[in-house]
Write a protein that binds this ligand. Structure first.
Ligand SMILES: *Cc1c(COP(=O)(O)O)cnc(C)c1O
Ligand SMILES: [Zn+2]
Length: 388
């Protein structure tokens, strides 16, 4: 397999940068960098039908993955999660054509596996000896696992009140756990300081180019699993928005590859009422989301008061004709239970939020009951037994 990676483009200015170096944000303007590929050549040299013979994980899309030498892939079998029909849940919330992509079936129990598999693989290829990360919980567990597999040191910065499962999965896999008095923003500060001090590489999401490349594979999979089309709408529980910008990037790449030609899906972000910076910015019509004060929700994956890629997320929502909606903790917990009882899928609180959002979007007329709606369940409920 051959990667067609060429360089990095800045999403904020016209700068381009080499992809042969450990680099985080654009040195010129501090905005997010995107990995770019020679997709015109990839289009000539490969065919989507070739995928049939490929490995059955996210690395099957190697043409558009950032690792140049396959030997550097650090994998636990992430990706190729199923898209499950959910007719009973659909009936309960007023939909008729509802599916759930179950990212809870990833190696570390959440879709954070994808981002960290990609980022750790690339960091290894570029010679990083150790890695640090700030996290609301699940990214830390995933990093510890992939770093262990790569033989790298990992330092994880997590809020003090993070969930037990997340703390344990870090230390269990040999990572060093730093508990932080504050939320993910404070953790980010400390993570970057330690990385600078120890000569390690900080993997804060979207502050390095490759976690988004891992999460974008959800877009490739949705297309492939839906017969090279997209559903009408995707509902995404949003924290830093890595998957939102990743899936959108995948759609653009798939069009350039000539692998899809149908219409793009509408994108809806769901957040918790206690932490909804993207919803507020969407409603206010701005392209910057002010940090959310006193952020609180039981759905820690969405407990992200400030997203560095706010301008990219808001652009996806507007360009796709989608939207943003907040749901209460009670509502998302009710729907977490409802999904388990109607479909047998044990989703996490963030997955519960997507069903609560779908119900409200249909009731308000933003979505039609006949729309083909995909809920992205980002993690397994088994990681949050205290919420079951
Ligand atoms: C990190 C996380 C999210 C938010 O993901 P982003 O792509 O950063 O918005 C949602 N759900 C779970 C379970 C998570 O761990
Ligand atoms: Zn720039």
């Amino acid at each position: 397999m051959k990667s067609f990676l060429t360089h990095l483009d800045c999403t904020g200015c016209d700068a381009t940068h080499s992809a042969d170096q450990l680099i985080r944000l654009c040195p010129d303007c501090d905005k997010v960098l995107y990995a770019r590929y020679d997709l015109d050549s990839a289009r000539r040299e490969t065919d989507r039908d070739a995928l049939a013979d490929r490995r059955s994980d996210m690395w099957r899309y190697f043409e558009a993955m950032p690792v140049l030498d396959e030997a550097n892939i650090v994998s636990l079998g992430e990706g190729m999660t199923p898209i499950l029909e959910a007719p009973h849940l659909a009936e309960a919330i007023g939909a008729t054509n509802l599916v759930i992509k179950d990212e809870g079936q990833n190696p570390t129990g959440t879709f954070k596996s994808r981002g960290l598999s990609a980022a750790v693989s690339k960091a290894k290829e570029l010679g990083a000896e150790g890695v640090t990360i700030p996290t609301a919980g699940n990214a830390g567990g995933a990093l510890a696992a992939y770093a262990a597999r790569a033989g790298m040191d990992a330092h994880v910065f997590m809020p003090q009140d993070a969930l037990d499962a997340n703390k344990k999965e870090v230390t269990h896999a040999g990572g060093t756990l730093h508990l932080v008095d504050g939320l993910i923003g404070e953790a980010g500060q400390q993570s970057r300081e330690l990385a600078a001090e120890l000569g390690m590489f900080d993997l804060s999401t979207l502050q390095e180019p490759y976690r988004a490349e891992g999460k974008k594979t959800m877009g490739y999979e949705i297309a492939e699993q839906c017969g090279w089309t997209f559903p009408d709408a995707i509902i995404y529980p949003t924290g830093g928005g890595t998957g939102v910008v990743g899936i959108w990037k995948a759609i653009e790449e798939l069009e350039t590859l000539g692998w899809i030609d149908g219409k793009r899906p509408r994108f809806f972000c769901v957040q918790a009422e206690g932490c909804q910076p993207i919803v507020r910015a969407f409603e206010q019509g701005t392209d910057h989301a002010e940090p959310w004060a006193n952020a609180h929700t039981v759905a820690h994956g969405m407990r992200v008061p400030s997203a560095i890629a706010d301008y990219l997320i808001l652009n996806v929502l507007r360009e796709s004709g989608g939207g943003a909606i907040a749901v209460s903790d009670d509502d998302l917990l009710d729907h977490m239970r409802l999904i388990a009882r109607t479909e047998g899928i044990v989703v996490g609180p963030e997955g519960g939020a997507t069903a609560a959002a779908a119900r409200r979007l249909i009731a308000s007329g933003a979505l039609s009951s006949s729309d083909h709606i995909l809920l992205l369940n980002t993690g397994s409920g088994l990681k949050t037994p205290e919420l079951m």
